[in-house]
Ligand binder design. Sequence first.
Ligand SMILES: [Zn+2]
Length: 249
Amino acid sequence: MTVVLILAAMVLGAVIGSFLGAVLVRLPDGRSVLTGRSMCDTCDKELVPAELIPIVSWVIQGGKCRACGSAIDRWQLAAEIGGAAIGVIAITLSYFPIWAMLLGWQLLLLALLDLRHMWLPRQLTALLGASGALFALVMGYWAEDVMILVQSLVGGVFGFAALWLIGQGYKAWRGQEGLGGGDPPLLGAIGLWLGPLGVIHTLLVASLGGLAVAFVLWRGGQRIAPDTMLPLGTLLAVAAWPVFLWQGL
Ligand SMILES: [Zn+2]
């Protein structure tokens, strides 16, 4: 593994992360992501190329717009750093780096959207599922093993059904919605990537992650009630990627 390749993956990841950051900021407002110039969200000043370098521009400008001095959205920076990290980890750890990146970047966007807006857009979940089915199709064709495709489909159905049933059970027990409506489709899409065993592992890792987050919040002085809302979609998305990497080892 050459350093050049790792650096290339990092730069590509930062650029993709920059785009995902724009999606994260613009999509909930109904603004177009593909058209329109990059501009400051506060003063609408158009950004020159030197202000568009992911991470680097943020550091040089001290996280502020050069025209109006208002703080640049930290979510943008988080998306860029996350995107770069996914690129580096995928190229160094995964046997299927391109697929790992494709999965990782989609999960990053969904995790941030759910964390920031409690929103998992159906189109993005559908895209995640479709790319998972494509992954299984390519892998199955390459290995001449139809079982890979079957595993993917079973994983998709199992992921959706498991969380949907948990949600129905919670509703019957507590008399209120315990899950976001976007969570079962998300785990279904993850199941298409990971298969049924991967769904179980993702649920386990997400549960442990949720407990860890609750513990940290509790130590930080936050009140944790049984119905405290943790963004389950974020936990699932963050858990699914290491499970994918681990499955591919
Ligand atoms: Zn500005």
